[in-house]
Design a protein around this ligand. Structure first.
Ligand SMILES: Cc1cc2nc3c(=O)[nH]c(=O)nc-3n(C[C@H](O)[C@H](O)[C@H](O)COP(=O)(O)OP(=O)(O)OC[C@H]3O[C@@H](n4cnc5c(N)ncnc54)[C@H](O)[C@@H]3O)c2cc1C
Length: 391
């Protein structure tokens, strides 16, 4: 189902209204319960938020990567936990199976993502290992099955998932990248266990927990790609997702800027609105400059993505810059709001929640050290040349 330009613009408006209206309102309770109500999933389905990013053949709108990121910018203005859930739905949830699943698995499951008949979390991080390849969960072949043992931590969406994309070691004695493999695991498989974790600082409701696997037998047909492709699958999938993290930061930062300007216009000190003070004007100019640069970097990434270019370096750069942006903008927002910005239910909007929610972005899809490494590898390879595609 293709959208006309006008339909797409209307859709963006609808998603912004949803994020800043019913979603914001619902989040007040979620901050305490840490669980999405069924009403959230219902609204997300009704507003095509599981469907919009899918290719047309799987029930999607056939949008370009730029359009997908534009939709994500709009819902990222809302609560962080919902943003995390919907960002995942727009990307890793279905993309890994589409890119690396067998034809049999794709035929069975790909048309089930569009209305959340199925939803799949992504489990890489471990307590006993570092970010990325340092994986200790093992899968040992036994006839047509793999027997999986180990634990994952900090995993999002564990409470609403039907499957897990699981990264494990199929060759624990090796130190080569090819020791890792990836599986698409049904959460109902015996031996699969969810281990609760405490509430997070922000992004509440997104079902964070640990996962434990005890002698979990998974049929070989659920292997993604080939044995030994686990790291490639994780890194390729996370590369795209990093640009989606960057656009999440963009959506949040844009809303923070708008709230800040509104407050600075209203707040009068010593007989003048804050917005008339040069010091405040300079800060607001810095906020807008960071945001504008980030938006252009993301659209540049999207152009490369749609042209089939290698996007790892630019996706990492987008995420890296987006953290700088959201840090500058969230600090400035809180400073300009003064004391009322530190309280829940501020009359202007969820200032303190936005500040808490955005801190997760330092970690999602890897910390800054990892982004810098990826950016560096790209620059080393190109000798410092950063290609720009003309329109
Ligand atoms: C809200 C949230 C959602 C998440 N969702 C998921 C999920 O769904 N699935 C999943 O698999 N993971 C998930 N994670 C985990 C996330 O990917 C990790 O937190 C992140 O990759 C950092 O790993 P770590 O927490 O183990 O930090 P550590 O690896 O302990 O790193 C701590 C610090 O040390 C630095 N550091 C680490 N190693 C080095 C090094 N070699 N050289 C220099 N500096 C280094 C890091 O940059 C970081 O600043 C989530 C995390 C959060 C907070």
């Amino acid at each position: 189902m293709k959208m006309t330009n006008q339909e797409f613009k209307d859709y963006l408006k609808k998603i912004r209204a949803l994020a800043e209206g019913p979603f914001d309102e619902m989040q007040k309770e979620i901050e305490v319960t840490n669980t999405f109500p069924q009403e959230f999933y219902k609204l997300a389905i009704e507003n095509d938020l599981y469907r919009f990013a899918l290719p047309e053949k799987y029930g999607g709108f056939g949008l370009s990567e730029k359009q997908i990121l534009m939709v994500q910018e709009e819902f990222s203005r809302g609560p962080g936990g919902m943003r995390m859930h919907l960002h995942h739905a727009a990307d890793l949830d279905w993309r890994i199976l589409d890119d690396f699943g067998s034809e049999e698995l794709k035929a069975q499951y790909m048309d089930k993502f569009q209305d959340k008949t199925i939803y799949a979390n992504f489990a890489l991080t471990e307590k006993t290992g570092g970010t990325g390849a340092d994986v200790h969960t093992t899968a040992v072949k036994d006839g047509d099955y793999y027997v999986i043992n180990g634990e994952k931590t900090l995993i999002s969406h564990t409470d609403c998932s039907d499957f897990t994309y699981l990264i494990v070691s199929t060759d624990p004695t090796s130190d080569k990248d090819s020791r890792l493999s990836a599986f698409f695991v049904d959460v109902h498989t015996p031996g699969y266990e969810i281990v609760p974790m405490p509430h997070m600082m922000g992004c509440r409701g997104a079902g964070h927990a640990g996962l434990k696997f005890t002698n979990m037998r998974v049929h070989k047909k659920y292997l993604l790609g080939k044995e030994g492709m686990g790291l490639e699958i994780a890194m390729h999938s996370l590369a795209v997702s990093r640009a989606h993290i960057a656009v999440s930061n963009l959506g949040m930062a844009q809303r923070m800027l708008e709230l800040t300007i509104k407050r600075a216009k209203d707040r009068v000190t010593f007989g003048k609105p804050l917005i008339k003070r040069q010091a405040i004007q300079q800060t607001i100019a810095d906020m807008g400059t960071e945001i504008n640069a980030l938006r252009l970097m993301i659209w540049d990434f999207a152009k490369d993505y749609d042209a089939g270019k290698d996007i790892e370096m630019k996706a990492a750069m987008c995420k890296l810059h987006s953290i700088n942006t959201v840090r500058t903008v969230s600090d400035a927002m809180l400073e300009i709001f003064g004391g009322i910005g530190y309280f829940e239910d501020c009359e202007y909007g969820p200032v303190e929640r936005l500040y808490r929610d955005c801190r997760a972005m330092w970690l999602e899809e890897g910390p800054r050290t990892v982004q810098r490494l990826t950016a560096f590898r790209g620059l080393e390879k190109s000798g410092g040349v950063i290609e720009y595609l003309e329109d």
